[in-house]
Design a protein around this ligand. Structure first.
Ligand code: ZN
Ligand code: ZN
Ligand code: FE
Length: 764
């Protein structure tokens, strides 16, 4: 209730609210509260957050400040509220002021939000003026990050600035009691963006949707402009259509994600648990990995060799409208040529996607910068973000200590970068692999963009130790003081950062490869580590990786390497490898490379061991996308507690993990006709055994009992769950990733945390 204080005693307070408070309906919330408590003054967005000056009776001000946080809008995340009493200004009313730009602290841009229920209902009601309008949005939903061209987040700084609001929209925008009060992308059919099909408006959005849906029903490939870029879409139940898309896109085997019309369709094609359902429905609307139902009618070409499907629900009004007329399940994959960055630019889309898509469904609301769909898996009833992009970025990650401004460059695969300031770490969206000039350009331009937006002035630049990484060379080209950080130390640190801890912990970092201090490929690392330094405690015995990168593409090469390592001579190794797609001359070359150590760098990567076993049991001998052999080995895994023998050599430092006994037993199993799913199960149990056994040994030596699991191999849900369970049974506390990818997508956060700690240490 508004309380009129007749006594002349009035106070004025300046209040700064920081966190995710822009583009989430925070100013209307402030306005309503000010009215409720009879306060005068103003509210505005600044590059720091939401700034308020309010004056009135002292007890009203107190209630107001309490309600600010307590009743904050659902999408807001208040990080901090700072307030101070200032001089009375004598305002007579409360106003929403134009935003101001200044200040040096981290401003926070909102992430894109999927269509809300109220807007979805309006979309479907014929009487509503936004009936069937594909760009419907409000304060609770709509594009944010992907349309922002400058800060602060205001319409004039978005790609919506070219659309002048009609009278009705302006009225909503100005009315504090309206759901669209200061909804920056507010639009309607009269004043907002519209659809086109192959450049033509076809007389209206409804016609475009109808025609686009027909194209999809006819089994053709359609490029669809979404929030963060173009998708390539086709009917997921039409094998001819999916195969055509694969061939044209140059993507041989990597699974495609699908979009289902609604939750009932998700249930029809997949098994769904409560948490996955919640994730699918969340405002972020990520792709969720779900176990597929056999016989669901989805073309095997969608996800060859997989028992899971990546599924998402419509997240824009355009998707919602399209899915109501198109086939119920669509392949929705990034609009790009294989390995190139996601396409989002309207002026080049015909050139770039014209040969892949039969038709292009587009619109005239430009995308300011691209953002892929996010991907989430569930393990141990906890979400595990494996690709962090749309919906999550640029939401900052709050850390447990004040940091200098660091730019961390990540790695070359699944690249991201990370800026820090204060207690906040700003992790970029997934930017793909930096293996060609296009993706590197994209990466560097996004670094510049973030730097401008947030006015970051890095004092240190952190990078991987790999001298040939494009990200390392980029870091060196900036001329800033560099901090080289070992790959697996960064993995462990990213897990620590996510848990707001400094360590020390036992860090287990398993991946395909990361540059080691000895110049070899590391990747089965047991470290004792904190945010400043690490000691290498154990790893797999090194084996040669015949042909270097060629062995990554041909897991059979790693199988021969492990066989030769385990049996000692060619004859036995050859006899052990029953099925191989390798011809005699390649086999000969592989043996030569191994025996003479020619183009056969040493590796202890856990990913390479997975590759070897996958090829040994005949699951996968040729990979067409990263980690395919390991993923397919996990897909067939059958539950068992049985494990193979292995041993730990402890009279050397670091300890050496010897898996030769396991390899010999796998060969025996293959020879006696044990089914690959059983072998895969025993193999997974063995790796969990190794994790527990080595951790116990390290605990005995160091007293550490907290274990951080990181590295891309822990995307393997079975392995992660097995290791977690067994470690807890053995008295360990287990830290694992949830909101930051365990793969190289999380590397930049770990690098940033280490660089920040080292920098502060030097300054003391
Ligand atoms: Zn809405
Ligand atoms: Zn309008
Ligand atoms: Fe890695």
């Amino acid at each position: 209730m508004a309380v009129k204080d007749e006594s002349a005693h009035r106070l004025r307070r300046r209040i700064l609210v920081t966190g995710t408070v822009q583009g989430v309906g925070f100013r209307p919330h402030v306005f309503r509260l000010a009215r409720r408590y009879g306060l005068a003054g103003w509210v505005c967005n600044t590059s720091q957050g939401v700034l308020i000056e309010a004056e009135g009776a002292p007890h009203s001000l107190t209630s107001f400040e309490e309600a600010l946080v307590r009743e904050a809008p659902p999408l807001a995340r208040v990080a901090d509220v700072r307030s101070a009493t200032i001089h009375i200004a004598g305002d007579t009313e409360f106003r929403v002021r134009q935003s101001v730009t200044h200040d040096e602290v981290c401003p926070v841009l909102p992430a894109d939000v999927s269509l809300c229920d109220q807007c979805a209902a309006e979309l479907r009601s014929p009487a509503n003026r936004r009936y069937g309008y594909p760009f419907t949005n409000c304060t609770n939903c709509g594009p944010r990050f992907t349309i922002v061209e400058a800060v602060p987040y205001d319409r004039r700084n978005t790609t919506m600035s070219r659309f002048v609001m009609c009278e009705s929209c302006q009225k909503e925008y100005d009315d504090p009691n309206d759901r669209r009060f200061h909804a920056q992308p507010n639009a309607c059919p009269v004043c907002g963006p519209h659809l086109t099909l192959d450049g033509s408006t076809l007389g209206g959005d409804a016609n475009v949707i109808e025609r686009a849906a027909l194209i999809l029903r006819e089994g053709k490939v359609l490029a669809v402009k979404g929030l963060g870029g173009y998708h390539l879409a086709c009917d997921a139940r039409n094998t001819a259509a999916v195969s055509t898309l694969r061939i044209r896109k140059g993507r041989v085997g990597k699974p495609f994600a699908v979009m289902c019309a609604d939750m009932s369709e998700v249930r029809r094609i997949c098994h769904l648990d409560a948490l996955s359902e919640e994730l699918l429905r969340s405002p972020e609307k990520p792709i969720v990995l779900l176990p597929a139902r056999p016989g669901n009618g989805i073309s095997p070409q969608v996800a060859p060799g997989m028992r899971t499907l990546g599924v998402m629900l419509p997240y824009t009004p355009l998707h919602e409208l399209l899915m109501s007329e198109a086939p119920r399940v669509l392949v929705m994959t990034s609009g790009n040529l294989s390995e190139e960055p996601l396409e989002y630019r309207d002026d080049v889309v015909v050139d770039r996607l014209g040969l892949i898509a039969d038709h292009i469904l587009s619109h005239d609301r430009p995308i300011a910068h691209p953002c892929d769909d996010s991907v989430v898996n569930v393990a141990d009833d906890t979400p595990m973000v494996v690709r962090r992009a749309r919906g999550y970025v640029p939401r900052p990650i709050e850390m447990h200590f004040e940091m200098p401004c660091v730019l961390a460059c990540g790695g070359d695969l699944k690249s991201t970068f990370c800026f820090t300031r204060g207690k906040l770490a700003l992790l970029s969206q997934h930017l793909g692999d930096l293996e060609n000039a296009l993706s590197l350009d994209h990466y560097t331009s996004m670094v510049r963009r973030f730097q401008e937006f947030f006015d970051f002035r890095p004092e240190v630049i952190a990078h991987d130790l790999h001298p040939d990484y494009a990200s390392t060379r980029f870091a060196q080209s900036t001329g800033l003081p560099g901090e080289g950080i070992q790959h697996h130390h960064a993995h462990v640190a990213s897990c620590l950062a996510e848990h707001r801890l400094d360590g020390p912990v036992i860090g287990v970092a398993f991946d395909g490869m990361g540059y080691g201090l000895d110049g070899n490929s590391w990747g089965s690392e047991f470290l004792t580590a904190d945010l400043q330094s690490f000691r290498r405690a154990a790893h797999l015995i090194y084996v040669p990786q015949p042909g270097g990168d060629a062995a990554v593409r041909r897991p059979g090469r790693m199988a021969f390497s492990y066989l030769l390592h385990s049996f000692g001579d060619r004859e036995e190794a050859t006899a052990a490898m029953r099925s191989s797609e390798m011809d005699e001359s390649e086999k000969e070359a592989v043996f030569m490379q191994i025996e003479r150590r020619l183009n056969a760098p040493l590796t202890c990567g856990m990913g390479r061991l997975f590759d070897a076993v996958s090829a040994l049991v005949g699951v996968c001998d040729k990979v067409t996308y990263e980690a395919q052999a390991a993923i397919e080995l996990e897909q067939i895994c059958e539950h068992t507690e049985e494990a193979y023998p292995w041993s730990l050599v402890t009279d050397v430092s670091p300890f050496q993990i010897d898996v030769r006994p396991m390899i010999r037993r796998i060969v025996e199993d293959v020879g006696t006709g044990v089914e690959p799913p059983t072998i895969s199960g025993r193999f997974h149990s063995t790796i969990a055994d190794i994790v527990v056994g080595v951790c116990v040994q390290i605990r005995d030596d160091t007293g550490l009992s907290q274990v951080a699991l990181s590295g891309g191999v822990f995307q393997n849900r079975i392995l992660l769950e097995k290791c977690g369970k067994r470690l807890r049974e053995n008295g360990f506390e287990v830290l694992r990733h949830s909101s930051v990818p365990c793969n190289d997508g999380g590397l930049s956060l770990g690098q940033a945390a280490i660089a920040a700690r080292r920098y502060m240490h030097r300054c003391v």
